[in-house]
Every structure is written in structure tokens, then in C-alpha cells.
Design a protein around this ligand. Sequence first.
Ligand SMILES: [Zn+2]
Length: 335
Amino acid sequence: VRFALLNCCPLEATLTNSTTQRSPCIACNAAAASVVLRGATPRSQGCALLRCSQCGHVYLDGWGTAFDRELYAYYARRVGKTREEVYDEMNTRRQRDLLDWLGARTTGRRLLDVGCGQGQFVDTASSAGWRAFGIDLAKDAIAIARSFGVECREEDFFASTLDGERFDVITMTELIEHVPAPGRFLQRARELLGPGGLLYLTTPNFSSLSRRIMGGEWYPVLPEHLSYFTPRVLCELAVKDAGLELVSAETRNFDPNAALYLAKAASRIVRRRRASNGATERRRGPPASSGAPPPESAAQRLRRLLERSPALRTAKRAVNAGLSVISGVEPSAGA
Ligand SMILES: [Zn+2]
């Protein structure tokens, strides 16, 4: 036990925070929490994730309320690229499927994409006949989207310009984990939805098998991700606190990254065994530098393969459905 005694720090606080001062829970503001995971990849910068002892939410220690532009500087490298270089055809196909799913559940076609990034979803939605527009705080992302003629603004979700608007669908893809007030975000969504309106959101699943396998090497463990939701905590925030009604929840417990992680771990064990048996380890030399773009990663390759093969896709769905039942969340029909 280490005591960090600070001037004017009450004794009670130094006793309960036996190691260091920790951030309060980003969901319920409770002070008591314990470290549940530490980032173990270079990009994670060794960040610590805390689990709130009040509501069970997992969040980043040291989370801040300010939007840190530095964390989104990667968009700057894409400014000036062509539409074909920025937008991915595979994503467009998935987005069309999602729009069909949403369209079957609502009659109106007014859509807001919060955290629209480079605007691909807004673009796909507009082409499919939706009256869509997007907002994002990343200036360069908005500049890219606008250069392709996509309807979007550099604007905050709480901006007064949105007050009084009513949308049929609000989408937030991989966004809620970035925001400093996830509960207020969900409440704002409810406020801006018309009667029978739909909120669609995706976020990494902290209780997934992939996270359990990869631990601190799980790819979403990053300093820009302030929240790490389990289905239970997310549903509580959305249903109990924000007053939304759950239409469907789907979890994907296992992804190709975790499969590759396991394959690499297995090959490391095999190599170690061979080395300890005195066998000479043959190593492949570094790839010849040709100035060509870097080859697509093994994870990207596997994903593309899954996308093209109906049989593999079905197998992946079956595995995820089985795991969903095991972890207590029913996969939705149709989603
Ligand atoms: Zn909490």
C-alpha cells in the first residue's frame, strides 16, 4: 500500500485511494474503482482501464472532457485523396444492408450520423434516398467528406442548432466509447428522435471472448477510447437512464483478430519448443523494399475472405450466435 499524501488532501481520501488518485466513473460519477486491465500495445501507451465498483462500467483512467484533436490527427494524412482511396466498397455494401434493416423499421427517411468521420455512411444513405447529414468534431474528416460533396458539419451533438430537430434515425458507429458523457449522449439522442425513431449504435464489447483472449493487446484498448461497454451497462444507460426501448442487441464475441492472435501465440509456442529441442530456427528475411504500399494485414485478409465466402460467413455467425447464448445476450434476428 502506497500513501500519496498531498497538501489539503483529506485523510479519508488518502486511505480509500490507497495507490493513486483515480478518475471518477464516466457513467455514474462514483469515485471507487479498481484497475481491471492495462494496455499492452504501443498504441495503447500503457493506459489503465478501471471498473467502477458502483455500476460495473469499465472506463479509461485519466479520461478528460476536452476533445483532443491530436488523437484524430490521422485524418490529416487523407486530405486530398480521391473518393476511391478513402471510401471502401465493402463498407458501402454493409452500409446498404444496414440502411435496408433500418428502413424496414421506420417510415421516415431523415437521418443524422453522429461522428460521421469522412462521411461514407452519409454518402451511402443519401444515394439510397435518405435525407441524411453528418456531424463530427474532427475538422479534417469533415473537410474530406465535404470535398466529396457529402452533407455534413463540424459540430457538436449538443449544439443549439440541432435543438428542435427531429430525426427518424440517428446513427453512432464506434462513437459512444469516445465521448466524456455517454449517458447524456444517449439522452440527447432520445431528445432528437421523432416518435418511433431509431438510434443505432456500435461499440467494442468488453465482455467479448476476443477481449478475454487478447487482454491488454485487445485492439480497442486505446487512450482515445474512454468507455469499454458490456451489453449490460450499455443497455442500462440506454433503457433505464435515457428512457429508450431496446429493439435488438447483437454481440460479436469473436473476431478474426483474436483468431490470428491465437494462431500467432500457437506458432510462438511451437517455435520455442523447436528451439529448446536444439533445432535451428529459420527466419524469413525482411521483405525487399520496393516502395510499394504496405501489403494488407493478415487480419484484413481474413476479413476480406470472410466477406467473400458465404460458407465462412455462416460459420462465423454460428460461432458468434453460440457464444452470445453462452454470454447471456441473444443475437437479434435480422441484424
Ligand atoms: Zn459507475
